[in-house]
Every structure is written in C-alpha cells, then in structure tokens.
Design a protein around this ligand. Structure first.
Ligand code: C5P
Length: 245
C-alpha cells in the first residue's frame, strides 16, 4: 500500500516538513472517536498512533480501518514477553499493514530479534516499516545514561528501524542508535501540564535535539479545541531551527 509518511529527508513546504515529524496519539476509547479525530487532524499529522486504550477497545479492526484510509499506523503495544510470544504477536501486527510496532528493549536481544523477524515475515507496508524499541518510558524520572546507551545499542544491533526515548535522552541515544528513526513522546507546549510524564520537552526543542518523530497526545487530544491545538503545535515548529532548507 502507498503511504504518505517519510520521516527522513522530508521535502516540500515547511508545513509539509512539520507534518512529517508529527504523530498523533489516538488515546481515545472507541474506533468511531479515533477515526473522526484522525480525519479531522490529518492536515497536521503524518502518522497516527494506536495505543493500548484504543487497541483494547477497537482491536485490529480499528487498525485496518485507519490503514485502509491511507494513514501510516504506529501500533504502540510495547510488547514485553517471552521471545516466542512476542515474535508471534509481531507476525500478526505485520499482517495488519502497520508502519511501526513497539516492543520494550528491556525484553532483551532474543525477544527483540523475534519481533523483528516476525514483523518482517508478514509486513505489507512500504520500506521504512518495522519495530521501534522503547528504551525507557518517559514517565520514569531518571533512567541513567548506561541503561539508555545499552538499550539504544540493542535497538541498533537487533534490526529495529527506530527507538523511542525522551527528548532529554537524545544526546545519549542518538550517537548509539545510528540510522534509526528516533521517536519522542512526552511533548508539551511551554508551561502546560506534564500530567504523568516525568521528562517532557517542547516540540521545537525535541526536533532541535535530533528527534525524527514527535508523539503528540494530550496536548491535542485533551484540548478544548483539538484542531486549534494541533495547529499551534505545527506553527511552533515553523519557527524552529530544525528545517532542512
Ligand atoms: O498524552 P501524552 O502526550 O503524554 O501521550 C504520550 C503518548 O506516548 C501515550 O500514548 C503514551 O502511551 C506514549 N508513550 C510514552 N512514553 C513512551 C512511549 C510511548 O508516553 N516511552
């Protein structure tokens, strides 16, 4: 299937470039709500993320529906189990046509490799799709550089296409995770409520520090006017120094 997302080497207008770096976390309780939100905010986001809440509520059907509408789907299940179980689950996820699937790097090399192989055996998405390894959750306050570097190295050596980390972790993760797509959640606008996230950053500072794809959740989904909030995130990126022009 032809998809529209290209994290690296984004071209086009500055708005297109901003959009290529933004993933919308569809953390809502029904397929109907998710589809409506994804369609409405499509001008601002190149990727939509299906996390635990939506997947438990809507199952694979909501993933198929989003992929069927041409969205690049990021399936954020953060798998962490024995290698055989994770490999088999990743095989099913690949067959759903998702672009990214997350696994916890804490699960170890054998488990991550099983995910990479399973996903690759069925994935129908274009090049660039694959497994994202979660280094340390952004809700954890102080992961320690050694743990972070070891997890990033594990993502690179096991065939992950990317790694998920906090913006503050990028200086440690980026040199180790060479060539990987760096995905950063915990994004907040200046002065807004971090909620349960311990390590937050603004969209512009995350990109300036080398993030490739920013996960935008409650900043937009909990706003009184999600479209206006999404436009604000996008506009904040247009003022940054990260553009490739
Ligand atoms: O609402 P908020 O911006 O905090 O949402 C962040 C999203 O990113 C959630 O869907 C959460 O599950 C996800 N995520 C995260 N930290 C990670 C990986 C994913 O917050 N390390």
């Amino acid at each position: 299937m032809e998809t529209e997302h290209e994290v690296q080497g984004a071209t086009g207008t500055r708005e297109d470039q901003a959009r290529s770096h933004l993933a919308l976390a569809l953390d809502v309780g029904s397929a109907e709500e998710a589809l409506a939100l994804a369609r409405r905010l499509r001008p601002h986001f190149s990727v939509v993320k299906v996390g635990l809440e939506l997947f438990v509520a809507g199952g694979p059907d909501v993933v198929r529906a989003l992929a069927g509408e041409g969205f690049d789907v990021f399936l954020d299940l953060k798998l962490h189990d024995i290698p055989n179980t994770v490999g088999r689950a990743a095989t099913r996820a690949g067959a759903l046509g998702v672009r990214y699937l997350t696994v916890h790097l804490a699960g170890g090399a054998q488990m991550v490799r099983a995910a990479v192989e399973g996903f690759g055996s069925t994935s129908t998405d274009s090049s660039g799709s694959g497994i994202l390894g979660v280094t340390v959750l952004t809700s954890e306050p102080d992961p320690g550089d050694e743990v972070l570097a070891a997890r990033a190295a594990l993502a690179a050596s096991t065939g992950c296409v990317g790694a998920v980390c906090a913006a503050a972790d990028l200086p440690v993760v980026r040199p180790v995770a060479t060539g990987l797509v760096l995905v950063v959640p915990g994004i907040r606008m200046e002065g807004s409520d971090p909620g349960d996230q311990a390590r937050v950053a603004t969209p512009g500072s995350a990109l300036d520090n080398g993030a490739d794809l920013l996960v935008i959740g409650r900043t937009v989904t909990a706003a009184a006017d999600p479209a206006a909030a999404a436009a604000q995130v996008s506009a904040s990126l247009l003022r940054g120094s990260w553009q490739q022009d």
